[in-house]
Design a protein around this ligand. Structure first.
Ligand code: FAD
Length: 482
């Protein structure tokens, strides 16, 4: 097999230059390296509209990073095998380096590509992706995949620390003649109707944006995160999720930056693994390992009993939920934040999710699909874990009978209504005490706040107590069948 000659570095969900094992390995060979991104020929069914917006800007940022070290991102469109073979022929490429992706369909596609390329004399070299451990070799004491978070986290805490982050290259061995590609605009990733104004204000996709966000987050008082991470009205969490999804930053970089900061500060956490923030990264890791071992959970509940759950079909209710018109302010605030910025606070994701599957009795897949289309951090593994957790049918899930009360959640986590007032301005003039359940406010209070329920703000689409009982009833019927 001829492995000499130029090398392709195929960028996928690893859109960065630093701490990039595949990139470091490719550059170490000393041969010219072609930095490639392949955009699918047809409309990509794997990406939602918000993710496509992010991808456009992330690719543009990656191209700028490459330009600074003397290269350009080569953008080609088509089926990966055809694009790779064409480039291999054109440039006499001997090997292709990639970062491993762990989702079921990419894993399968990679095995196919590796075989096909081998037949053509091209070496496929895959490297550590953006996880702390390889899912194919990380098991519990019985040699089985973990299905419960705490033992998973404990086992991970006993592993060696992730390797120190690799530096970004300073120069890029660029092939001659210069490879050509398509323009980013021709990929049509940006929306044709310009709804992305809020996105532009909220985000800076790309590696520099990710590093800036991490620094800003680590500059805040580390002891505050566990207290504030549940308060949607505060900027208490890192908002690194889209950067992590697109591989603009690695969990290893975050781990080491946190460790450096902990060693300087007065935190009570003895190691990064004991830090509440790093623990969230372990949830991400857990989600990816679960999807790797249980790929069917994308569509099916991990707990088979839930296949018999009597879900309801109601397009009107689904639409009201999607558009933030349920009459429950905390649910509506979350859904509107999502629409405007492509992101929603984790506590609110849990509340709106619970409302969809328990108050409205709509299938969690409807929620997962909407999130998939609207989140900039839409991630198969995290989204699947989140929705199955909420619906009570996944690994280590919240029991179905624990039904979130949207009013008490709202009072507890947004007591002063900062979040509600920002995203549901039509009820902003209500006093704090009435903000969480406007339909309970006295008529004169509503008048003073200029609210006409059913006109300026919806009446609740369901009654909380009745919805709760109906959900419990559905749950008992499902159990009786099992
Ligand atoms: P931080 O609190 O700063 O946490 C740091 C990182 O840890 C996050 O960026 C994320 O990568 C990871 N993380 C945090 N919480 C979780 C969690 N519960 N599960 C897995 N990883 C976590 N996250 C996604 O990245 N993509 C999704 O598509 C997604 N869908 C979700 C759907 C539902 C119904 C729920 C309940 C949660 C979902 N999450 C998803 C998890 C979580 O809400 C987000 O990761 C988090 O809100 C991102 O904000 P942050 O970066 O400020 O988090």
């Amino acid at each position: 097999m001829d492995t000499s000659g130029p090398i392709i570095l195929w960028f996928r969900r690893d859109l960065r230059l630093a701490d990039h094992p595949a990139l470091t390995a490719a550059l170490q060979k000393g041969a010219p390296v072609l930095p490639l991104y392949i955009h699918p020929a047809e409309e990509d069914p794997g990406a939602g509209a918000a993710s496509r917006w992010w991808l456009h800007h992330s690719l543009s940022a990656l191209d700028a990073r490459l330009k600074a070290v003397g290269a350009r991102l080569i953008l080609r469109r088509g089926k990966p095998l055809q694009v790779l073979l064409a480039l291999c022929r054109e440039y006499k490429v001997g090997s292709i380096h990639v970062s491993r992706c762990y989702d079921p369909s990419t894993e399968k596609a990679d095995r196919f590509l590796e075989g096909q390329l081998r037949h053509q004399g091209v070496l496929w070299q895959s490297h550590r992706g953006t996880l702390l451990q390889e899912p194919s070799s990380f098991f519990n004491k019985s040699g089985k995949p973990f299905q419960v978070f705490t033992p998973f986290w404990r086992a991970l805490s006993h592993e060696e620390a992730p390797p120190a982050p690799l530096p970004a290259p300073r120069r890029w061995p660029w092939p001659s003649p210069c490879p050509t590609g398509e323009t980013l605009d021709s990929c049509g990733l940006l929306p044709s109707v310009p709804w992305d104004q809020g996105f532009q204000e909220a985000w800076q996709p790309g590696e520099a944006g990710a590093q800036a966000r991490l620094s800003a987050f680590l500059d805040t008082d580390r002891e505050v995160y566990p207290l504030q991470r549940d308060l949607p009205g505060s900027k208490g969490t890192s908002r690194l999720s889209p950067h992590l999804h697109f591989g603009e930053i690695t969990p290893g970089q975050i781990y080491h930056a946190t460790r450096n900061q902990l060693s300087m500060g007065s935190s009570t956490a003895k190691s990064p693994m004991g830090d509440a923030f790093v623990r969230q990264l372990v949830w991400r890791e857990f989600a990816h390992h679960l999807l790797f071992h249980f790929p069917e959970t994308l569509r099916e509940p991990l707990r088979p009993a839930f296949k018999a759950f009597p879900w309801r079909e109601d397009r009107g209710l689904l639409r009201a939920w999607q558009e933030g018109r349920t009459g429950y302010p905390i649910v509506d605030a979350g859904m509107r934040e999502l629409w405007a910025t492509g992101w929603m606070h984790n506590r609110v994701r849990m509340i709106v999710g619970s409302f969809l599957v328990k108050h409205l009795l709509l299938h969690w897949r409807h929620g997962a699909e909407w999130f998939w289309d609207t989140l900039v951090d839409a991630d198969l593994a995290n989204n699947t874990l989140g929705w199955q957790w909420i619906a009570g049918c996944g690994a280590d899930a919240a029991p179905y009978f624990r039904i979130f009360n949207p009013m008490t959640q709202s009072e507890k986590f947004d007591t002063k209504g900062r979040y509600l007032r920002r995203w549901v301005p039509e009820i902003a003039r209500l006093p704090d005490a009435d903000l969480h359940a406007p339909w309970k406010a006295r008529p004169e209070t509503l008048d003073r706040a200029n609210i006409r329920l059913g006109k300026t703000y919806p009446q609740p689409v369901v009654n909380h107590m009745i919805a709760r009982e109906t959900a419990m009833d559905a749950y008992h019927r499902m159990k009786a069948q099992g």
